[in-house]
Design a protein around this ligand. Structure first.
Ligand SMILES: [Zn+2]
Length: 133
C-alpha cells in the first residue's frame, strides 16, 4: 500500500507532532520543578545543542528526549511504513545527541538526558529532585 503522505507532507505532520510532544513533556518537568522546589532553571537559554532546560549557575544542561525521535528502547520505535527512513533518521538523532553531550561536557557542563517516558504519570514519582542540584 502506498504511503498516504508524501515526504514533504509527512515531515510537516511529524514536525507538528514533535513540537506538541516537546511542549507537553517540558510542561510536566516544569510542574515537577515547582512541586519539588527546584530553582535556577532557564528555558530558551542560548547554549550549544539547545537544551530544554539550563541551570546556568550549576552548569547543568537538561534535555528531555522524545522516546520515538531519540530511539529509546522502551518501545518498538520503528514504524512499519518507511522503516528505513525512520531508522536512518532516528540513528542520526542519536548520533547528534551523543555529539552534543560530548561537546557540552568538554566545555565543563554536566548533561542530564531524561526520557519522555520517565515523565509519565506512572514514573515521574521516581524522578529525583536532587539530580537537578
Ligand atoms: Zn522511553
Amino acid at each position: 500500500m502506498a504511503d498516504v503522505f508524501d515526504d514533504e507532507r509527512r515531515s510537516f505532520v511529524m514536525r507538528r507532532v514533535k513540537s506538541k510532544q516537546n511542549r507537553s513533556t517540558e510542561l510536566k518537568l516544569i510542574a515537577f520543578f515547582k512541586a519539588n522546589g527546584v530553582k535556577g532553571w532557564r528555558r530558551n537559554y542560548k547554549l550549544f545543542g539547545k537544551p530544554d532546560f539550563v541551570f546556568p549557575k550549576s552548569r547543568l544542561a537538561v534535555f528531555v528526549d522524545g522516546c520515538f525521535w531519540h530511539g529509546h528502547d522502551c518501545r518498538n520505535v520503528t514504524p512499519k511504513d518507511n522503516a528505513d527512513y525512520w531508522r536512518e533518521k532516528i540513528s542520526r538523532n542519536k548520533k547528534r545527541d551523543g555529539e552534543v553531550t560530548a561537546v557540552l561536557q568538554s566545555k565543563g557542563w554536566r548533561v542530564l538526558r531524561i526520557w519522555e517516558c520517565a515523565l509519565s504519570n506512572k514514573k515521574i514519582g521516581a524522578l529525583n529532585a536532587s539530580s537537578f542540584a
